[in-house]
Ligand binder design. Structure first.
Ligand code: PHE
Ligand code: NA
Length: 506
């Protein structure tokens, strides 16, 4: 446990790694889907409020606790929270920071594989053809329901397998230097092409309709708990906070190295890319091409599908040759961006197995591989039902719960004063004093109140499975039929078993 911890090559190195973790599918697939599902403009106010009052402070909290825990030889939630607070129970709360990222990974790696498939469909011209014939929706639904194939294998499974292997190969061959270098090249390219696409969108006919949908606030929606729940969880998801990934990355930061500015830089870059680039190139064309109502319908069928259906329509506007190149490049960049995120999602689990179970790195990676493969396949088999469940539990609820744990421990157990000093150690900027009060009072309270309202307003009903139609059956991959409720029970039972296993190991 006292072995010397590896450290980041440079200050810029850790910023790049965290930015690489932050910028991913969240910005281009999840964000647009959530905005459209919630009716557009209504989403943006809670989103910015959550970013300023919770996202930014919680990121500072995670960075400082991670750096602190790393000093004591810990790299994941249980060890770090215990080291920081000196409370034995903090270990068990910290285990949510191992479970959460695993839950996210199971689904995230599958979504990532859709992008790899779209690289293939771009390369082979299938996608352009679909865009020309206005059948991108059909292409997507055939792909997702395993009807498209590569040789004898369903394309969905083929690309999933490949994506899974790529992720574990990257982890296996060591990551520090690799991520730093990749992100240094990737981020400018992604920004550059992204902004070029934004400019293209700005030339579209009926532009104002699309922009209005996203930017005209609908104040009446502010009373809707779901909008706040979706906006806040999206802020967490996209900045990679409230999950444990930053805890692990920050545990490799030197003890006197800045975290205040680094964290702010990574977060602001991410939100810019999400709102300006992701929002403009996915949401605006979606509203222009499909109309607000139909776009919203697409998201009720699955929020992650929107980008796959509308982005090809945007590329189509550029003429055959240009669109082929741009489309291909875009999906390649997006895929790499996804990989730099998904490997960060694997870090807490890996670090947990290494630090707390004292398993050797190679063995730790194999164990992690077996677990994640099993659960990802289960989610693929369960289709929409499973995706939806993993979305709510992993992409949303787990983040808010762990975020609340971190904020409460930091502000109320450790104490605002100590915490505030820790954040400012080595800081390259002076953080406005007001944030001291925000961190102490607003951040923890906000998340707790939100969780309460969510539970009261249907969340509990969902958890108790009251909202699930007990008569409907779903067809699992391979044709096996099962009652939907039974499948969800099975899925949750296995999640609980995994969580129990993690807690048993600490
Ligand atoms: N922030 C990443 C994205 O936007 C996803 C992520 C979530 C990464 C949680 C790490 C931890 O795609
Ligand atoms: Na993001």
């Amino acid at each position: 446990m006292n072995r010397e911890r590896e450290k980041w090559g440079s200050k810029i190195g850790v910023i790049l790694a965290v930015a690489g973790s932050a910028v991913g599918l969240g910005n281009f697939l999840v964000f647009p889907g959530r905005v459209v599902e919630n009716g557009g403009g209504a989403f943006m106010i809670p989103y910015f409020i959550a970013f300023i009052l919770i996202g930014i402070p919680l990121a500072w909290i995670e960075w400082s606790m991670g750096r602190w825990g790393g000093r004591q030889g810990h790299g994941s939630g249980p060890g770090i929270l215990n080291a920081v607070t000196q409370k034995p129970y903090a270990k068990y709360l910290g285990s949510i920071g191992v479970m959460g990222p695993l839950l996210i990974f199971f689904l995230y790696v599958y979504l990532e594989s859709w992008i790899l498939a779209y690289i293939w469909y771009s390369l082979t011209g299938v996608l352009s053809e679909a865009a020309q014939n206005n059948t991108t929706g059909e292409l997507f639904s055939r792909f997702i329901s395993h009807e498209k194939s590569i040789g004898p294998i369903p394309a969905s499974l083929f690309f999933f397998g490949l994506t899974f292997l790529i992720n574990f190969a990257v982890i296996y061959f060591g990551i520090r230097r690799g991520i730093e270098k990749t992100v240094k090249v990737l981020m400018p390219l992604l920004l550059f092409l992204g902004i070029a696409l934004v400019l293209k969108v700005l030339t579209l006919e009926n532009l104002s309709e699309g922009l209005a949908f996203m930017w005209n606030p609908d104040f009446s929606k502010l009373r809707d708990t779901k909008v706040w729940f979706d906006a806040t969880s999206q802020v967490f998801f996209t900045t990679s906070v409230g999950i444990g990934a930053i805890l692990t990355y920050a545990s490799y930061v030197r003890k006197d190295q800045d975290i205040a500015l680094s964290s702010l830089t990574a977060n602001s870059t991410n939100v810019f890319i999400e709102v300006i680039v992701g929002g403009t190139i996915v949401i605006v064309p979606a509203v222009i091409c499909l109309g607000a109502i139909q776009a919203q319908e697409v998201t009720t069928g699955g929020i992650f599908s929107l980008g796959f259906i509308t982005m090809p329509m945007l590329f189509q506007e550029m003429g055959p040759t240009v669109s082929w190149v741009v489309q291909l490049t875009w999906f390649v960049l997006l895929f790499i961006g996804g990989v730099t995120s998904s490997i960060s999602i694997l870090q807490p689990g890996l670090s947990f197995i290494e630090d707390e179970l004292n398993l050797q790195r190679k063995k730790a990676i194999s164990l992690l591989g077996v677990i994640t493969l099993f659960f990802s396949l289960l989610i693929i088999a369960g289709g929409d039902t499973a995706i939806n469940e993993a979305d709510i539990l992993g992409f949303q609820l787990a983040l808010l719960v762990f975020g609340a744990v971190e904020a409460v421990l930091f502000a109320w157990v450790l104490g605002g004063k100590k915490g505030w000093q820790e954040i400012q150690k080595g800081a390259d900027i002076g953080i406005p004093q007001i944030y001291r009060h925000i961190i102490t009072w607003i951040t923890p309270t906000f998340i707790l109140v939100l969780l309460f309202f969510w539970a009261y307003d249907g969340g509990m009903e969902h958890l108790l499975m009251r909202t699930i139609d007990q008569t409907s059956t779903i067809e699992l991959l391979g044709g096996f039929e099962m009652k939907e409720g039974h499948f969800i029970l099975l899925l949750r039972g296995l999640f609980i078993a995994l969580f129990a296993g993690i807690n048993g190991a600490i």
